[in-house]
Design a protein around this ligand. Structure first.
Ligand SMILES: C[S@@+](CC[C@H](N)C(=O)[O-])C[C@H]1O[C@@H](n2cnc3c(N)ncnc32)[C@H](O)[C@@H]1O
Length: 422
């Protein structure tokens, strides 16, 4: 299903329009029985680690010239998607661009459950791309209107929801999120009681740091948050806290120590001021919330333990809350390293025993590491211009031991904190 909603949609023209039409045609081919067989053969060749030239010539002979190239291309994207999408990857189709923009299904499921918890039964996915959010929302029981300006995105969502048996709950439509949000009334948008908005934050392969240049832009994010209480918006993790409107909960999510997404929750699902969600290396999920700004932690001298807060804790502005839990202080008022007398058993920090604290001086540092028999170092830095990999190479030595070398500022002074492993 692919119909216009609300406003006339500018159709992509020229070369990129032709390319989009060709990709849509290929996606439709892949959804036929012959395409499915070609894809599964391409997947088998990939699994056998067949090189591209051999694989393509075999595919041409076995499934025909028209299906061989697309089958190989989509099988390669499936292969890349498997790490995040698991078994579903073998039923889904992605273009390289859509996979790049796709969120994590586990987080999309969690977002869908929270968004629907208040009773909304219909949701518009404003910018559906390959359909990650649409799939999560449909699986959570909602009727979903999946909107995108891009015909390739619409086709991807169409074939992907059909492949997962969700087509009866999903309507894929051409639409401009800017226009749809501007027309929102009575807390509803595109006829739905809830909305998910995940603006494109890349253009020409580069990250758009300025929210006014996202597509849709910040003005649409703001308008949605104001007009539709039951909504969730994915934003860049670097979003300035000053942009978060009052009454809107902002959440930062990390997986395995890296930030993967940031969200603004509409006024209905919002429960707190800020939330840090940490999915640890074992897959367990931990949430830290603050109803009001906890401010900045006190600073003090380096003590027996150094703690590196998880990036979700740092970005959400909750370091002071964790400092309170650990009985810790900052090593510098402007640096997010904490220090305390005791080790911490906490999902919010990685902790290292402090071995030595010295002013930053490469020669002295090398001598100290040699004297301690340290040959391998992991370098961490915060508030310093050094390049960690370069310094780690410079510090490498013959010793058997290893250490964590933290280059930072302590009370304003460039300092090295030599630590052991946790
Ligand atoms: C970041 S992607 C969405 C990714 C998706 N939530 C997922 O996890 O797979 C953004 C999508 O928004 C679409 N888009 C950008 N501007 C739009 C607009 N004004 N109206 C509708 N869709 C738009 C893009 O074509 C792209 O498919």
């Amino acid at each position: 299903m692919d119909q216009a909603v609300g406003v006339p949609i500018p159709d992509p023209a020229g070369a990129s329009g032709d390319q989009a039409a060709e990709t849509v045609r290929q996606l439709r081919d892949m959804a036929t029985p012959a395409g499915t067989a070609a894809l599964s053969r391409a997947g088998a060749l990939l699994a056998e680690r067949t090189d591209a030239v051999t694989a393509l010539s075999r595919l041409r002979a076995e499934v025909g010239v028209a299906l061989a190239g697309p089958a190989w291309g989509f099988a390669r994207q499936r292969d890349r998607a498997r790490a995040v999408f698991g078994a579903d990857a073998d039923r889904l189709l992605f273009t390289a661009d859509a996979l790049e923009q796709a969120g994590r299904p586990r987080l999309a499921d969690r977002r869908a459950a929270r968004l629907l918890a208040g009773g909304a039964d219909s949701v518009v996915d404003l910018g559906c791309a390959a359909g990650t959010d649409t799939i999560a929302l449909a699986r959570a029981g909602a009727r979903v209107v999946a909107v995108d300006l891009d015909p390739v995105a619409r086709e991807l969502t169409t074939v992907n929801t059909a492949a997962l048996g969700l087509a009866d709950r999903v309507e894929v439509v051409a639409g401009d999120a800017v226009e749809l949000v501007a027309a929102a009334t009575d807390g509803r948008v595109a006829g739905c009681a809830a909305a998910v908005l995940d603006p494109a934050r890349r253009a020409g392969g580069r990250r758009q740091l300025d929210p006014d240049r996202w597509s849709p832009p910040w003005s649409t994010v703001r308008a949605l948050l104001d007009a539709v209480p039951t909504c969730a918006v994915k934003v860049a993790p670097g979003l300035d806290h000053d942009r978060v409107p009052a009454g809107v909960e902002a959440e930062w999510v990390s997986v395995g120590g890296s930030i993967v997404e940031a969200l603004l929750w509409g006024r209905e699902p919002s429960r707190t001021w800020r939330r840090a969600t940490v999915v640890d290396r074992d897959g367990a999920l931990h949430e830290l919330t603050a109803a009001t700004d906890p401010g900045t932690a006190d600073a003090g001298p380096v003590r027996s333990w150094l703690h590196e807060p998880d990036p979700a804790v740092i970005r959400s502005g909750l370091v002071a809350l964790v400092a309170g839990q650990l009985g810790g202080t900052l090593v510098d008022p402007t640096i997010a390293y904490l220090t305390s007398d005791d080790p911490a058993d906490s999902p919010w920090v990685s902790s290292y025993p402090v071995v030595e604290v010295l002013p930053f001086n490469l020669k002295k540092l090398k001598a100290l590491l040699r004297a301690r028999g340290v040959g391998r170092v992991t370098v961490k830095k915060r508030g310093s211009a050094i390049e960690p990999e370069t310094l780690a190479r410079q510090l490498r030595g013959p010793g058997e031991g290893s250490a964590v070398v933290v280059v930072t500022r302590v009370a304003g002074a460039p300092t090295t904190i030599v630590c052991g492993h946790p």
